[in-house]
Design a protein. Structure first.
Length: 566
């Protein structure tokens, strides 16, 4: 792996010829503060204008205009998209891998501790890019990317791969339940876990795990950079470091590759790999990162970002707020800025001052209606449009305040209207809720809710357990009025902070439809104080992963006997 200023590159990919690529550090951009400076993630909360400028700076290093860079709405999945043309940001698919055989299109992935992986098959002239956290790696994002490359003519024995900067093992402390799904998948995965200083905890080697999966999948040569995104504050963005410091936002680093528009074949340097006996070497440099210390993290993992929900906001979601129409004008003139602030507080990048071609647009108009007691009810009608101008729907909000407050544009009244409106609009920018599973004679389980969870745990935990259990031999019921055989709910108890920690206990209760309890599954851990006061992010997913086996044992115990009907 070579370093040129603030950009890293792979000697393996360079040797193949016909491709330009870069693993960008956080240096060299225009963003400020926690986003300083080359933040390329539109969903980070940074100014969309600055992010667009940063992406233009990065693509310029690759010799391309900014509109030739494509990135996906990354969701920690194993979904891979084939790219045939550049897309606008609002058109980006939900995926964590991209492949193309079209020269001049830069495939980009965004990361801040997760591993960016770039692929090149120089004979078929196919490239790929993948974003891999622990969940994507375990699920098979590597293999899924290789399959899509093969569909474009690539041969695995000729594919070259480079793993960019990511979290190092010495910085990746995980809880006692974290190794379980890895060991269930493959018993020899124990090699990627070593004991941490905290009893019962482990240090996970994400980089080594990905490199070995690439090699086992038949990739010709794999190179891995040894830089640690957590420990190297000046060079890289890091989700885990942000959590440790109590920072609610952080930037995203870009890694990208582009096929050169040339008729040349791969250089003769590749002939050693193209022979009958293909060389498969994993060249993972093992250089100790300075000041590398284990960092605590609850339940384990690498959530998309602090403050993100279990089901992520659309990655497109920078929202441009058009000037508000209607009267009273004093309120209309202040409502745009208040609305931007209210959406930002809900982790949705929004601005009433800047816009980009790929921004969503929020159009609002207000009107007063008579109300009792010397008050006026102000009605705001909001229309959300996607980047192409297509309407996604309308929401209406009604707030009462003294007549003079609306006429003068009093800050409190305006802020109340914005806050109430933001709640409704945020739902429009979220993913679809999990769909119910077809029953097909399976046991029907109703996920009835979670009590006592701080932050968004009452929403994210039911979603997480739904997603996890949908993969098991069970039918998930969402509608509480629908017929169900069993009912699952959970109670969360969070102790008061002590020495910077909080004890969290989660008890899942499984009952029959008539209320008779079948049993419980308990979970407990100590987490940094206040960490779960906001959105739980992928913590909810790990809780669900850890609880699923116990829950399924209870389901098996309480399932109704088969009736013989289909």
């Amino acid at each position: 792996m070579k370093e040129t200023g603030s950009v890293f590159s792979s000697g393996v990919l360079d040797a193949g010829g016909g491709v330009r690529h870069a693993f960008f550090s956080r240096q060299g951009g225009v963003s400020e503060g926690l986003f300083g400076s080359l933040n390329c993630g539109f969903s980070s909360g940074d100014s969309p204008h600055r992010v667009a400028r940063n992406r233009a700076i990065a693509t310029d290093r690759l010799g391309l205009p900014a509109d030739r860079l494509v990135t996906a709405r990354q969701i920690h999945s194993t979904t891979v998209a084939t790219v045939e043309r550049p897309w606008r940001r609002g058109e980006a698919p939900r995926a964590d891998g991209l492949v193309t055989a079209v020269p001049g299109i830069a495939l980009g992935v965004l990361a801040a501790d997760c591993a960016p992986i770039l692929f090149h098959e120089p004979v078929a002239k196919v490239i790929g890019a993948a974003h891999s956290g622990w969940r994507g790696a375990l699920g098979g994002i590597v293999e899924a990317t290789l399959v899509r490359m093969a569909a474009l003519g690539a041969e695995r024995s000729r594919i070259l791969a480079a793993i960019g900067p990511c979290i190092a093992q010495c910085s990746y402390e995980v809880g006692p339940e974290f190794p379980q799904p890895f060991l269930a998948d493959y018993s020899e995965n124990t090699r990627y876990f070593v004991p941490a200083a905290r009893e019962g905890h482990f240090l996970f080697d994400l980089r080594g795990y990905i490199a070995d999966r690439l090699a086992r999948a038949g990739v010709a040569t794999v190179e891995a950079v040894a830089h640690d995104t957590v420990a190297e504050d000046e060079q890289f963005f890091s989700y885990r470091r942000a959590c440790l410091r109590g920072e609610r936002v952080y930037g995203r680093g870009l890694s990208a590759a582009v096929l050169e528009d040339s008729g040349e074949r791969a250089p003769l340097l590749m002939t050693g790999i193209l022979g009958t006996h293909c060389q498969r070497a994993v060249m993972a440099a093992v250089l100790a990162a300075a000041a590398c210390q284990p960092l605590p993290h609850p339940f384990a993992d690498d959530a998309p970002r602090p403050g993100s929900p279990m089901l992520t906001l659309r990655d497109s979601a920078s929202v441009t707020i058009a000037p508000i129409e209607g009267t009273p004008r004093a309120t209309a003139e202040k409502l745009g800025a208040a609305m931007a602030s209210a959406l930002q507080q809900r982790e949705i990048p929004a601005s009433d001052k800047t816009a980009s071609i790929a921004s969503y647009e929020l159009v609002g108009r207000i009107a007063g209606m008579p109300a009792s007691g010397g008050k006026t009810a102000l009605v705001a009608i909001w229309e959300l449009r996607d980047p192409s101008g297509k309407s996604l729907g309308e929401r209406t909000e009604r707030i009462e305040a003294p007549v003079g407050d609306w006429e003068e544009g009093k800050q409190d009244a305006v802020a109340r209207m914005a806050a109430a409106s933001a709640v409704r609009l945020a739902a429009m920018l979220q993913d679809e809720p999990p769909a119910e599973t077809e029953t097909g004679g399976q046991t029907r389980l109703l996920i009835s809710g979670v009590e006592g969870a701080p932050g968004d745990g009452t929403q994210s935990l039911p979603r997480a357990i739904t997603e996890v259990l949908k993969r098991r031999d069970i039918a998930i019921v969402i509608d509480p009025e629908a017929k169900a055989d069993l009912v699952l709910n959970a109670a969360v108890v969070v102790a008061k902070p002590k020495a910077g920690k909080q004890n969290v206990k989660i008890v899942w209760h499984l009952r029959r439809k008539d209320g008779g309890e079948i049993g419980t599954v308990g979970q407990e851990n100590d987490v940094p104080a206040g960490l779960l006061d906001g959105a739980w992010g992928d913590v909810a997913y790990m809780v669900a992963v850890s609880a699923q086996d116990g829950i399924m044992q209870l389901v098996a115990r309480g399932a109704p006997p088969p009736t013989g009907k289909s």
